[in-house]
Design a protein around this ligand. Structure first.
Ligand SMILES: Nc1ncnc2c1ncn2[C@@H]1O[C@H](COP(=O)(O)OP(=O)(O)O)[C@@H](O)[C@H]1O
Ligand SMILES: Cc1ncc(C[n+]2csc(CCOP(=O)(O)OP(=O)(O)O)c2C)c(N)n1
Ligand SMILES: [Mg+2]
Length: 393
């Protein structure tokens, strides 16, 4: 016996087909009519039915959270971050988000894998914040304003509730700090290492996004903050036993390892970038390799003076003891600073705007006619790098 609903459906008289005949269906696009005919057809066509506007319905999130362990976990850890009404308290299939009028959506995603991007025993708060911040850094490099983010997390066996609560706390802190609410995500079990993937959405006015393509010969090459701290911090974390790093004082060491753990997305630079930068990107893989990518898509070359690189006192002290560390500084990655090019006529205005925004910027070289790989001049002339940047493959 079929269930009553199915039986009723079977007994129903066939409805008139409402779709077009198969020959005209979407699988084979009909030839496009001439413009005049199309206009006439449009004039006669009935108004498309208006879709129903559904009122906002209060969400019974507590009841949902009682359904399964997975729902309870999502409700407890992540729902508090879903402050946007359109995230429906993380109880629906998808979020529905209004974009501010006359803006476009800027979308970016980055994945972090335990053992590849962070150490499994890093503090869970810091892992969460890093996962969000590396995405915010991409939005910052495009001069976009944060709108919201999606979080997918694959958890191995043995992750304790306290770990997840701390992870959620770190994420909540940064979600508030950078005013970027959680729109949704996915939580799954994995038999491999932990994987955290965040997709950040931002907004910008059409044409305002600063591209990697756009650098012009004669532009200044500039960076925010300091370069190389995180790469040296990673060496410290890996206990590579390098004298130059081990000899640093406790505060210097803490500075480098903090810079590895917690990137500082330079979102405040957005207005200055929009006004003055011809090209921009964030430095995730390493200055030399990332500049090479920017040059390649811009069809230019670059000449960098490493003596001009902004270094923290800790990095400067380490390089002074062991000059070979300069190579790590320019190619190690994990900086999450912004690399941008600025026409020489705009330099003063750009530096003033950045300074007003509280972001330090430094000119480190110039864009040359190309295309070609950037050349980095060190104390002994052009550097011959074993590799320009981190690469997964
Ligand atoms: N699996 C993928 N599917 C689609 N696009 C990808 C994928 N991986 C990378 N990309 C795209 O390739 C470009 C370079 O990626 P990546 O080097 O990771 O940039 P970023 O340093 O900004 O994260 C970006 O436009 C990114 O969106
Ligand atoms: C435990 C650990 N080992 C090595 C690194 C170095 N590292 C891993 S990925 C990466 C580059 C950035 O990651 P990627 O996935 O390439 O980010 P994207 O360029 O897409 O933003 C670096 C420098 C690290 N961060 N942590
Ligand atoms: Mg990426």
């Amino acid at each position: 016996m079929p269930p009553p609903l199915l039986a009723a459906a079977r007994g129903r008289p066939k409805a008139e087909p409402r779709l077009r005949k198969p020959a005209e269906s979407a699988t084979e696009a009909p030839p496009s009519p001439p413009a005049e005919a199309a206009q006439a057809e449009a004039a006669q066509a009935p108004e498309p039915p208006q879709s129903r506007v559904r009122p906002h319905v209060p969400v019974h999130a507590d009841a949902v959270s009682r359904l399964s362990g997975e729902d309870a976990l999502i409700h407890r850890a992540f729902a508090p971050l879903a402050s946007h009404e359109g995230a429906f308290g993380l109880t629906d299939d998808a979020a529905a988000i209004a974009v501010p009028p006359s803006h476009e959506v800027v979308a970016t995603t980055d994945t972090l894998v335990a053992g590849v991007h962070f150490f499994p025993d890093d503090p869970p708060e810091a892992i969460a914040r890093k996962a969000l911040r590396v995405n915010l850094s991409d939005l910052a490099a495009k001069a976009a304003d944060p709108l919201g983010f999606l979080l997918s997390i694959a958890l191995p066996e043995g992750i304790r509730p306290e770990w997840l609560d701390a992870f959620a706390r770190g994420l909540a802190d940064d979600s508030k700090k950078y005013r970027i609410p959680l729109f949704g995500g996915d939580t799954v079990r994995t038999t491999g290492p932990m994987v955290i993937s965040i997709t950040a959405l931002g907004t910008a006015k059409p044409g305002e996004v600063v591209r990697r393509a756009g650098a012009q010969p004669g532009d200044w090459v500039m960076v925010t903050g300091t370069i190389g701290d995180a790469a040296l911090g990673l060496m410290l974390r890996k206990h590579l036993g390098l004298k130059a790093l081990n000899r640093l004082g406790t505060r210097d060491k803490a500075h480098l390892t903090d810079r590895y753990l917690l990137p500082q997305p330079r979102l405040r630079l957005a207005a200055a970038l929009r006004l003055h930068a011809t090209a921009a990107m964030d430095i995730s893989d390493g200055l030399a390799g990332d500049l090479a990518k920017l040059c390649a898509v811009s069809g230019v070359g670059a000449r960098i003076e490493t003596a001009l690189l902004p270094l923290s006192p800790a990095a400067a002290a380490a390089i002074e003891t062991d000059p070979r560390l300069l190579e790590r500084v320019v190619s190690g990655g994990d900086d999450y600073e912004i690399l941008m090019t600025v026409p020489s006529d705009d330099l003063d205005a750009f530096v003033s705007a950045a300074t007003r925004a509280g972001v330090a910027v430094t000119a480190i070289g110039e864009i040359t006619a190309g295309p070609g790989l950037p050349v980095l001049y060190g104390p002994d002339g052009p550097m011959k790098l074993k590799q320009m940047s981190f690469s997964h493959f």
